[in-house]
Write a new protein. Structure first.
Length: 117
């Protein structure tokens, strides 16, 4: 007989919990309302999303890529120049397509017409 306590429950450690939260994500939402005599004075809405960067990008959250306080000015300037170049290319393609659509189509000449005398 041993004096060691028996463990029937195998607990999860903090690393496993954080791994699961960052993989799946965790959303915490809440509202704080301060009222006086049934008159609402202040409402604070709190929304918190905890997940990995990969998961955030999968669901379309990537605001940190364009936040001026988080991105260096050089990266921002490069991104702006790239976007302006792309806009110019798209405008040129649109102009070519609209000018081609505005020209009347030339009928195909299958056989020459006989000349009148």
């Amino acid at each position: 007989m041993t004096l060691e306590p028996r463990r029937g429950y195998q607990g999860t450690n903090l690393v496993d919990i954080l791994d699961r939260i960052l993989d799946k994500g965790l959303v915490v939402a809440g509202d704080v309302r301060i009222s006086l005599a049934n008159v609402e004075l202040l409402t604070i809405r709190i929304r918190l999303l905890v997940c990995s960067i990969d998961k955030a990008e999968q669901i379309g959250l990537n605001w940190w890529r364009y936040d001026r306080s988080l991105v260096t000015q050089e990266e921002t300037d490069t991104t702006i120049a790239r976007l302006e170049q792309r806009i110019l290319e798209l405008e040129q393609q649109l102009a070519i397509r609209s000018s081609a659509a505005a020209e009347p189509p030339v009928p195909p000449s299958s056989s020459p017409r006989p000349r009148r005398r």
